[in-house]
Design a binder for this molecule. Structure first.
Ligand code: PMP
Length: 322
């Protein structure tokens, strides 16, 4: 935990997982001035934990802070809190394939008062928990959400703030009640262009080319998305960031031109999506569920994360022993 009081960040400290108190009138509880991140540490072989692209998580955290009118975290405070915690917890980081220590940095506004003014006091803290692989094999079916939208142009969709997720729960409940595991969101303006899943970005493979929606103010710039683009290009794939029309995508799935769909994010890394579906239960199922492109990228990314494969991008960072 580290508090921002009197305009400066205080010394961070490690504490057992426990409740902390905030006032019932704290700004976070009324106006949602909160941001967070999701990242992972891996322990491998020599016992030294590894973090995956931690400064990219910090970069996105600080971009979220700017959008939500909150103070940025200096990199030395972020990295030293993260490094100390991961080093401290190194013994409980699971070692199985895809397993990790999931880390959740959070910042919230603590000032008391119901006026819509920025807070002066903030708390930054990290919580961590051993995590399984979240890998769903090829069983993911996603509901095309044609009614609600996740994010509005110029809003907060491209930053990680709590309210974006609160607004997604209704669709998640609807999707689950129909047997889908995910929601596929479309753009708010036209309900026509694919944006992303609720906690993952989307890729489609058409005629051997990888497509992902280009970033805008309504798509979260996933670090896994960026890793997939760079890794795939380095392996010789053509990757295009451009608008994806849902009707064209559906027709390409039906004709077999679209051979793979996959979701990517910190939690599940890369997960093939077997089908998209509508409210009435109509399913557009991918003809071939082997997902060779997704699985090749997944294997390579997992190897980089645990330090087993060449890491030309310097994404995997060993947490130095203290
Ligand atoms: N989109 C949303 C809405 C998310 O919450 C996440 C998870 N952070 C992602 C995409 C994937 O981002 P990342 O690869 O950085 O985990």
């Amino acid at each position: 935990t580290c508090d921002f009081t009197s305009g400066a960040w205080q010394e961070a400290r490690i504490a057992p997982f426990q409740a902390f108190s905030i006032l019932p009138s704290a700004k976070i509880l009324h106006y949602g001035q909160q941001i967070f991140e999701g990242m992972k540490a891996y322990r491998y072989e020599n016992g030294h934990p590894r973090l995956f692209r931690p400064l990219d998580n910090l970069g996105r955290f600080n971009a979220s802070a700017r959008r939500m009118a909150m103070p940025e975290i200096p990199s030395q405070i972020f990295m030293s809190a993260l490094g100390s915690m991961v080093h401290y917890l190194r013994g409980v980081i699971p070692q199985g394939v895809g397993e990790s220590l999931y880390i959740r940095p959070v910042m919230m506004a603590l000032d008391s008062g119901l006026s819509l003014a920025p807070s002066q006091d903030y708390r930054f803290y990290l919580i961590a928990s051993p995590s399984g692989s979240y890998f769903a094999g090829g069983d993911v079916h996603a509901l095309i959400e044609r009614s609600d939208c996740r994010a509005a142009p110029g809003g907060t969709g491209s930053v990680k703030t709590a309210g974006n997720y609160g607004g997604s729960i209704k669709s998640a409940i609807h999707a689950r009640s129909m047997g889908y595991q995910q929601t596929l969101w479309l753009d708010a303006r036209h309900q026509k262009f694919v944006e992303e899943f609720s906690g993952m970005n989307m890729f489609a493979v058409r005629d051997g080319i990888l497509y992902t929606p280009e970033l805008n103010s309504t798509i979260l710039p996933g670090i896994t998305r960026d890793s997939v683009i760079k890794l795939a290009r380095s392996l010789g794939y053509d990757v295009r960031e451009e608008a994806i029309d849902i009707d064209e995508l559906v027709s390409d799935i039906k004709s077999g031109i679209c051979s793979e769909l996959f979701a990517c994010g910190t939690a599940a890394i890369i997960t093939p999506v077997a089908a998209l579906g509508e409210y009435d239960g109509t399913l557009y199922t991918l003809q071939n569920t082997a997902s060779p492109v997704a699985m090749t990228l997944r294997t390579r990314l997992l190897e980089i994360q645990i330090g087993l494969a060449d890491d030309p991008f310097h994404w995997s960072q060993v947490v130095a022993p203290k």
